[in-house]
Design a protein around this ligand. Structure first.
Ligand SMILES: NC(=O)c1ccc[n+]([C@@H]2O[C@H](COP(=O)([O-])OP(=O)(O)OC[C@H]3O[C@@H](n4cnc5c(N)ncnc54)[C@H](O)[C@@H]3O)[C@@H](O)[C@H]2O)c1
Length: 391
């Protein structure tokens, strides 16, 4: 694993847990973790359960006893690490968004395609697909239970930088993060809605805004928090969007709205998706992640209404490994499911989604939104990525 902070901890939890919960043909062994700071990576290795630690990710890629590289760093190093790992025959799990630029994402998808031919698996970390209620949502849609899809309504709302004194962490710098709310959280709802509907976004009209353009320089930053006050003074420019909104058309005929923002005061991690079809609707809200709302318009008029499905039955996706019905699961379980699916793909030789090609297609949507926003919200086609969304 490369990177040991927020996602490093979440993925470590998954690797520690996955074989204890699911009966799998392969056992995950947590060989080594890499970070840039010797002392902090040593502490992380102990805390997170890794056997060894290093400050040189290249040394991991070169080791014969390592089969898989898990990339949990900011976007500016995804391409270099993932491409080197794939070229060395290592399976790769890479966090989202896949890359900071289209060119990097294309190179990664090409490297993954070459490696695939050699039996090497790669997957991008759009973990919300692996929330059981979201997987159930997809199943209901695929089974035709909501009929022809008309509307997709997706928001991902956070508020962690509403304070103008919050420092200029890496997520607010284009060279490190690629984009702001758009690529960080907008990418999740793009992937999620395309996965659930089985439809790809073909064109967009977008708008982005950076409300706070200068911020104090950070002393140190980790994940979504930051420390100030080590004597560094001055401010720096925010070079990414704080918020991104767009309208979209999907290739199956649906029309959609998306909103991703870090300025929705009071909303901490408010991911909500509603899909309306000719025969019904489905609604997922991450704050109630064990539930799925389902409206079945084929029921007798007197019985119609949104049903709240508690997605904890063994028949529900991923739930057979967990607790008795009604005993809820949480955020970290989506990462365990991601690890499970990747291990199964490696063992069986099956493909695993979302592939790097799928993640490139998400990147092309992000690009279309940025182009549109730069042209006063002019309609912008999404460049075809030559991929289909796989289950
Ligand atoms: N799937 C999700 O829901 C989700 C959530 C948060 C973040 N992410 C993604 O995960 C990635 C990491 O985000 P995070 O929140 O964990 O960030 P973070 O700041 O918490 O952690 C980044 C880690 O990478 C390390 N690092 C940075 N550059 C490095 C380099 N060149 N070599 C080695 N280590 C390096 C840092 O030391 C740190 O340990 C990003 O791509 C982000 O978009 C995904």
């Amino acid at each position: 694993m490369v990177g040991y902070a927020f996602m490093g901890a979440a993925h470590s939890q998954a690797w520690r847990t996955v074989n204890r919960v699911f009966d799998l043909p392969l056992q995950a062994r947590m060989a080594a973790i890499c970070g840039r700071d010797q002392g902090r990576v040593a502490e992380a290795a102990t805390r997170l359960g890794w056997q060894e630690h290093t400050t040189d990710w290249r040394s991991l890629v070169g080791r014969d006893d390592i089969d898989l590289i898990d990339v949990c760093t900011p976007g500016d190093s995804h391409a270099e690490i993932a491409i080197a790992a794939l070229a060395a025959g290592k399976h790769v799990l890479c966090e989202k968004p896949l890359a900071n630029t289209i060119d990097e994402a294309r190179a990664m998808a090409a490297a993954a395609a070459r490696a695939e031919a050699e039996g090497v698996r790669s997957v991008c970390g759009f973990n919300y697909r692996r929330v059981p209620a979201v997987a159930l949502m997809r199943r209901l849609v695929a089974d035709g239970r909501i009929g022809e899809i008309r509307h997709v309504r997706a928001v991902y709302l956070q508020d962690w930088i509403t304070d103008p004194q919050f420092p200029l962490v890496w997520r607010l710098q284009k060279d490190k993060a690629g984009s702001g709310a758009l690529g960080d959280i907008g990418a999740h709802i793009i992937d999620l809605t395309q996965y659930v509907t089985g439809q790809l976004i073909t064109g967009v009209s977008g708008m982005t805004e950076t409300f706070v353009k200068q911020r104090p320089l950070p002393a140190a930053s980790n994940g979504l928090s930051a420390a100030t006050g080590d004597g560094r003074t001055g401010t720096g420019a925010v070079t990414v969007d704080d918020a991104a909104l767009f309208l979209a058309r999907l290739d199956g005929g649906a029309i959609a709205t998306y909103e991703a923002t870090r300025f929705a005061t009071g909303r901490k991690n408010g991911l909500r998706v509603e899909i309306n079809g000719s025969l019904g609707s489905v609604v997922f809200d991450f704050e109630r992640m064990n539930e799925l709302e389902f409206y079945d318009a084929t029921r007798p008029a007197a019985e119609q209404g949104f049903a709240r499905i508690l997605v904890t039955e063994p028949e529900h996706p991923y739930m057979s490994g967990w607790w008795p019905p009604g005993h809820l699961i949480g955020y970290e379980h989506s990462f365990t499911h991601q690890a499970r699916d990747l291990i199964e793909a490696i063992a069986t030789g099956q493909a695993v989604a979302p592939s790097f090609a799928d993640a490139l297609q998400v990147q092309l949507v992000l690009d279309a939104v940025e182009r549109s926003a730069g042209l006063g919200s002019t309609w912008s086609e999404v460049e075809p990525a030559l991929t289909e969304i796989a289950a």
